[in-house]
Design a protein around this ligand. Structure first.
Ligand code: UD1
Ligand code: CA
Length: 453
């Protein structure tokens, strides 16, 4: 089938410079959700009709499998679809989706397509408690769809119809050009309504069928920030449910946000208010404390991530302990059983098996061996104001508190670095290294006293 996504509208009620379909839901533009769902149906042609913010939309979602049709003036949904006509394969049906309706399930669209077959005209409908604002499905005494009437054009009686047009339709493609060309805009909004095509399809002898979504939220669109926020919660609740079904323990399924993919092993526990972005993998028995942010990371089995830990583009081995308040920045690679404690920042660094940096340190552009103890306040001085340099620390090194390692520098295996040492030259294996400093005592010293005015 061809799939056409209508996305030319402005989204005035978003009160934003960003085109409506680019507003993110779960960290991804609304339109990208629709495109990704469309792709699962293997469309012959995938066309997006753009108008408002066309350049921004193109730049954001452009891909080799996507073609764009520009609707310069928004003259209605029928007119929008007309712009895509030259890009369609007329031998297969055309499914029409909306760029601002992000959560429709692929299975629902498949059901609609199956119901319509190759020659039918299919409309995805839903029955609402409050149908206000939507196009109503008008059926005859035999239950056949006769036409769709917009709220603004509907009679009193028609407005009482609770079955509405979701806007998602599938149509044979060969007769479409003729049907769209025949549309008139003599309606309340002066627009060329796609909804008026259904009557022509029926008159031409195409069976008109309807299908319904499994859930109402599948057909909800975004016209305002309230609706965006509501759909974000629907999405997140669905993700949380899937995690629970897969056996993950969530302290509160209402307080987790996944903006990407989160893959979990067995017996994973996630405390409240954690945010996962990009691709995150948590192996078996990982526990994540409250208020952690984890982006593009793989965490090994049995590792404990304590509260307020931030992890980005990092790999962590098994049985490690991170945080509370640890920060792993891009390129941090921690082996098994590494401990990184509070206010320790690790960037572009490898830390070997069993090594510990428990308090207040910066380990950047470094290769740290196994069994190393990094004392509080240790800093790799990796930046000379122009370039970054590496610090290499051997196995079993004891780094005393408040040490500065001025890179580029290499420290051998088994070295002991005294507290407060500035290491600016390479150090051989198994030595004690310290800076010559003297401790002086002076008697008779008088502390200054605050002068009262
Ligand atoms: C449309 C349907 C209505 C249905 C409702 C469901 C028509 C005439 N009406 O109404 O029956 O109940 O959706 O939400 O089809 N768009 C364009 N170009 C245009 C106009 C619209 O690309 O010229 C796009 C919009 O960006 C949007 C979608 O089409 O993604 C729907 O447009 P919108 O104005 O929201 O349609 P409604 O009036 O709500
Ligand atoms: Ca709408």
């Amino acid at each position: 089938m061809n799939i056409v996504i209508l996305a030319a509208g402005m989204g005035k009620r978003m009160h934003s410079a960003l085109p409506k379909v680019l507003h993110p839901l779960a960290g991804k533009p609304l339109l990208s959700h629709v495109l990704d769902t469309a792709r699962t149906l293997n469309p012959t042609r995938l066309v997006v009709v753009i108008g408002h913010g066309a350049d921004a939309v193109r730049a954001a979602v452009g891909a080799p499998d996507v073609q764009f049709a520009v609707q310069h003036e928004q003259r209605g949904t029928g007119h929008a679809l007309q712009q895509a006509l030259p890009l369609l394969d007329t031998r297969v049906p055309t499914l029409v989706l909306y760029g601002d309706v992000p959560l429709t399930r692929a299975a629902t669209l498949k059901r609609l397509a199956d119901a319509a077959g190759t020659n039918g005209y299919g409309v995805l409908t839903v029955t609402l408690d409050d149908p206000t604002g939507y196009g109503r499905i008008v059926r005859d005494a035999a239950g056949q769809v006769v036409r769709i009437v917009e709220q603004k054009d509907a009679s009193e009686a028609e407005r009482r119809i609770a079955e509405i047009n979701t806007g998602i339709v599938i149509t044979p493609s060969a007769p479409l050009a003729g049907w769209l060309a025949a549309l008139k805009n003599d309606n309340a909004q002066g627009e060329f309504y796609l909804t008026d095509v259904v009557g022509q399809a029926a008159a031409a002898g195409h069976p008109v069928v309807t299908a319904q979504p499994g859930d109402e939220w599948e057909t909800l669109g975004v016209n305002s920030k309230q609706q965006l926020a509501e759909l974000e919660r629907v999405y997140q609740r669905n993700v949380a449910d899937a995690l629970l079904v897969a056996g993950v323990t969530l302290a509160d399924p209402a307080r987790i946000d996944v903006r990407g993919t989160l893959a979990c092993g067995r017996d994973v526990f996630i405390d409240v208010n954690c945010v996962f972005e990009g691709d995150v993998t948590l192996a078996d028995n990982v526990t994540v404390g409250p208020n952690c942010v984890i982006r593009n990371a793989a965490i090994g089995a049995g590792t404990r991530v304590d509260a307020y830990t931030h992890i980005e583009d990092a790999v962590v081995g098994s049985k490690a302990v991170l945080g509370p308040y640890a920060r792993l920045r891009p390129g941090a690679k921690l082996a098994d059983e590494v401990h990184v404690g509070n206010f320790v920042e690790v960037k572009n660094a490898n830390i070997g098996v069993g090594s510990k940096a428990n308090h207040l340190s910066y380990v950047g552009d470094a290769d740290v061996g196994a069994g190393v103890n990094i004392g509080a306040g240790t800093i790799t001085c990796n930046y000379d104001g122009a370039n970054k340099h590496r610090t290499v620390i051997g196995d079993r090194v004891f780094v005393g508190s408040d040490t500065q390692l001025v890179a580029p520098v290499r420290v051998g295996h088994g070295v002991t670095i005294a507290a407060g040492t500035t290491v600016w030259k390479d150090v051989s294996d198994d030595v004690l290294v310290l800076n010559g400093k003297t401790q002086v005592e002076k008697t008779g010293y008088v502390r200054p006293v605050k002068i009262r005015k």
